[in-house]
Design a protein. Sequence first.
Length: 90
Amino acid sequence: MTISDELDRTRTALAALEKSLTALRNRVGPHVDLLRLLDDLERCTADLRRLEQQVGVRRRPHELVAIPDDDYAHDFWAEAEQEGLGRTAP
């Protein structure tokens, strides 16, 4: 695994932690320990950015995926559920 891969994994982990902490804050409110964790996360994110600059590794651009304009095959949606309505009866 390259250093770029490790930095990507770290960035992804920090993003997941931020999402979890934000959800937790929304449930329990601005608890002092939770706010401290969010401050620590902010420092970790800033430190990671500085580390990326010091190591000289550039962030890889996200790969673009082309989505065709054609219609999907009818059986593509066969097992799909309608959003908000649950599974349709056969």
